[in-house]
Design a protein around this ligand. Structure first.
Ligand code: DLL
Length: 437
């Protein structure tokens, strides 16, 4: 039993009997709701407005009675307004810049850090990694949670960690070769860049000891996984997380690759209809809402992630009893509406990757004659690049038809030559909105 938090230290919570897991979740939920109520003014006020007190939580279903928290709550209380412990008890701050305005700030007590390290150690375990692995961490170190989070989790696993951070790709590849690195952690878009650089520098990844990639922090498609696995000769795992909840390690795939297990002994998942806020049954797609069951510096109760997914019904053949979510294909705020049609960038990625092995692309939204349109610039690799105008035109048409069949809109496809699309070292920016407002 942990002295500070009163939380049990369980040896292998991934395989708990479901009833035991639910009982544990309820116990932790009650504790965290009370803690938030007593220490976070915003939460207490919202509870009072609804006539609720912490003892309203009698079962897990009572969670549905509690108010939601949103990203705006973090912005409005910037920087420290949601902290639930005194500053001296906080040992680390992280921040996420987001796209607009002030960053959001998140905080951890030493116990919270230990929880984070624990879930990441379990996440690496899910990916088949152990103390015998050499793990190169190419997530950015600093305020971003990806770097330090991954680092301490991999160390706790007992693996040998290479804290490469983001960037300097030539050196990354050299380290992979020289150190005999067996696993890389970074964004999938950055790894695609590494594959290219490795080839160019004469150190192709399939010839190295690398066997596992742990990729996350941005959406990526099943087609992208296939491309990565084939080109690098590795097994690619999807890892999910967000700063507000803890950072990387909220969920991860196991070797079944049948969805991402949520470490739900610490992060309680719900799926809601983003418009009505109704809870949706398992299997139905909606917005993921997460409650932190064991984070005390900054508890998040019913946090609306804006990430779109569903809880996968049924059991994982791998035996873990933790519920699984589908890969996060998009965020609700990534969606754009063109001529009345809702389009997610991930749909375009899947459609174009079905035609061409070209993971480098940009989506440009523009207005012409007062009508909004989509342009997709697709970079064609040297191997596909052809002098024959007719062949290139045929390829362009096939990509265009594939995208149209998925999103139901004709888009303008442009093929661009090798290295014309800017490479990313962290989260890729692929959508450029140049529409007239
Ligand atoms: O990206 C934490 C992280 C670091 C996760 C490293 C995985 C690996 P934020 O910068 O706060 O935190 O961004 C969180 O990124 O709400 C999702 O929209 C997106 N995201 C994270 N992982 C995935 C994933 C980190 N596996 C936001 N698939 C989240 C799709 C992801 N989207």
């Amino acid at each position: 039993m942990n002295r500070l938090t009163g939380i049990e230290d369980l040896a292998s919570p991934d395989y708990l009997v479901v009833e035991r897991l639910r009982a544990l979740q309820l116990e932790r939920l009650r504790r965290i709701v009370r803690h938030a109520y007593e220490n976070v003014e915003l939460f207490r006020n919202r509870m009072k407005e609804r006539g609720l007190a912490p003892d309203c939580i009698k079962t897990l279903a009572d969670l549905a009675r509690l108010p939601f928290m949103k990203k705006a709550d973090l912005r409005d209380t910037y920087p420290f307004g949601l902290f639930a412990v005194p500053l001296p008890d906080i040992v680390r701050l992280h921040a996420s810049s987001g796209t607009t305005g002030k960053p959001i700030v998140v905080a951890y007590t030493q116990e919270d850090i230990n929880v984070w390290i624990g879930v990441l150690r379990r996440a690496f375990n899910c990916c088949g990694l152990s103390r015998t692995d050499i793990i190169q961490n190419a997530y950015g170190y600093g305020l971003f949670t990806g770097g330090l989070g991954t680092h301490y989790g991999a160390e706790a696993l007992g693996a040998t960690v290479v804290p490469a951070g983001g960037g300097n790709t030539k050196r990354q590849v050299m380290l992979i070769r020289d150190f005999g690195v067996t696993a890389v952690c970074c964004t999938p878009s950055y790894f695609i860049h590494m594959i290219e650089v490795a080839e160019k520098e004469g150190m192709p990844l399939p010839e190295q000891k690398l066997r596992v990639g742990v990729f996350g922090a941005e959406p990526w498609s099943e087609e992208m996984r296939r491309y990565i696995q084939e080109k690098a000769g590795i097994e690619a795992f999807d890892i999910y997380g967000l700063s507000e909840i803890i950072g990387p390690g909220v969920g991860v795939e196991c070797s079944e690759h049948a969805g991402l297990h949520i470490f739900e002994d610490y992060f309680y998942p719900e799926i809601i209809d983003p418009d009505t806020e109704e809870i949706l049954p398992d299997g139905e797609t909606g917005e993921l809402v997460l409650t932190t069951l064991g984070k005390f510096a900054m508890p998040m109760i019913r946090y609306r992630t804006r990430d779109i997914t569903r809880i996968l019904p049924g059991e994982c053949p791998g035996g873990r009893t933790l519920r699984r979510i589908d890969r996060i294909s998009s965020r609700s705020d990534d969606m754009f509406i063109i001529r009345g049609v809702n389009v997610f960038p991930s749909q375009i990625e899947s459609a174009l990757l079905q035609v061409v092995g070209a993971p480098n692309y940009n989506i440009i939204l523009y207005t012409e004659n007062k009508v909004d349109n989509i342009e997709v610039d697709v970079e064609v690799g040297v191997e596909t690049f052809s002098d024959q105008i007719r062949e290139m035109e045929a390829l362009r048409r096939r990509i265009s038809a594939s995208i149209e069949s998925v999103i139901g809109l004709r888009v303008l496809v442009k093929l661009v030559g090798p290295r014309q699309i800017e490479r990313s070292e962290g989260k890729a920016k692929r959508v450029f909105d140049r529409r007239e407002k």
